[in-house]
Design a protein around this ligand. Structure first.
Ligand SMILES: [Zn+2]
Ligand SMILES: [Zn+2]
Length: 381
């Protein structure tokens, strides 16, 4: 039973880290960008070499199904692990170790359980409300809403989505998993099995922040609870017997940690999970808060950095061309092109910082979108 729970939770950590990597911009210069490239470029290349072309195709089809098709596996996984994780914490921590502990009480049980309920509700909301799907009826409305974002570099006016047969509003994107165009597209989220966009971004942010707080609180309570056990059992002054040599040993931090882990394996495991998930989710939540303050989205950051990289390469190429230029005509041509590239570059760089408070206000003022299933609606027509 314990083995099964540990295995499930391990899968959560791996799954969540993979998911976070998917969301990270592969062009970002930091460690995360490097990890993203490692997972999505290097590992597949190695697998291709080891497995051969044929088996690799089957393998990558499986990956495609998992990451890029609309299946409920991850949602089911969330319910199992989030509810399961909470129940493990409740059983081994709240109901057992929190009894007669000098540092934690059942007030913490009540607070932790209420938080967990908030989390489950925020997951339900994030799954329920639609992201702002663009169709022929609302096309004009969405185009007008983000008119000023057409910069003729990243967002071109009168750009069409051939699949949805609509004019693409600035900041929108066609999601290949959901097969719809989404307004102010952020990313496709496998946990909630739909896109995150203009209308449901607030529920997504709520979903991450509540989960980050719950995990951080679980980790903090874990430390307090274990410290309470150390005080109650006077472990710092205790003597331990070595199971092999039968020698009496004075307590050290290493011995105390081993003793605690041996006696409360399940609880400590779930606390470690809270720490790992708490760090990951807190970073993720802060990243989204930062983007809210900059009035930008994950998709826009990726698009911008793609364009900027392209312009950097172009500048380098043209500068070299200018250096090697022989005739006045060559020089003129390269100079004009360089000027154009610079102009485009400048148009993109300007992201406006609106501040987190104003950003949050505009995100949370978006009306809900409960348009249930646009494809069914289209068929009726
Ligand atoms: Zn589309
Ligand atoms: Zn999608």
């Amino acid at each position: 039973m314990e083995f099964f729970v540990i295995l499930t939770l391990l899968f959560l950590v791996i799954g969540a880290s993979l998911y976070l990597l998917v969301c990270v911009d592969p062009n970002s210069p930091g460690l995360l960008g490097m990890m993203n490239r490692f997972v999505f470029n290097t590992i597949p290349a190695i697998f291709k070499k080891i497995l051969g072309e044929r088996i690799f195709k089957v393998f990558s089809r499986g990956i495609d199904y998992f990451f890029y098709s609309n299946h409920p596996l991850v949602q089911i996984f969330y319910v199992l692990v989030a509810v399961g994780g909470y129940l493990v914490y409740l059983y081994f921590g709240f109901l057992e170790l929190f009894n007669n502990n000098p540092l934690v009480s059942h007030l913490d049980t009540a607070i932790g359980s209420t938080m967990a309920l908030f989390c489950f509700y925020s997951f339900f909301q994030a799954c329920r409300y639609k992201p702002g799907i663009i169709n022929k009826e609302n096309n004009k409305e969405y185009v007008n809403q983000y008119k000023e974002y057409y910069d003729n570099v990243v967002y071109l006016k009168e750009n069409h989505c051939k699949t949805c047969n609509i004019i693409k509003p600035a900041r929108s994107k066609h999601c290949r998993v959901c097969n719809v165009c989404v307004s102010r597209f952020d990313h496709h989220c496998v946990w909630i099995r739909q896109c995150v966009g203009q209308k449901n971004y607030k529920y997504f942010v709520k979903f991450i922040i509540t989960h980050a707080i719950l995990c951080d609180y679980g980790a903090y309570l874990g430390f307090r609870c274990l410290w309470g056990i150390i005080i109650k059992e006077k472990l710092l002054e205790a003597q331990f017997r070595d199971p092999v040599t039968k020698q009496r040993l004075q307590a050290t931090w290493g011995i105390i940690a081993q003793y605690l882990f041996y006696k409360n394996t399940m609880y400590i495991f779930i606390v470690i999970l809270c720490i790992v998930m708490g760090i990951a989710l807190t970073c993720f939540a802060l990243y989204h808060l930062y983007m809210i303050g900059q009035d930008t989205t994950t998709n826009e950051r990726m698009k911008r950095s793609d364009f900027l990289n392209f312009f950097d390469e172009e500048t380098e190429r043209l500068e070299k061309q200018l250096k090697d230029a022989q005739t006045p005509e060559d020089i003129k041509q390269a100079t004009t092109k360089l000027e154009q590239v610079k102009q485009c570059q400048q148009k993109i760089i300007t992201t406006k910082s609106i501040g987190i408070w104003r950003g949050l206000k505009s995100v949370f003022n978006e009306p809900d979108d409960l348009d249930q299933n646009p494809k069914v609606k289209n068929k009726k027509r």
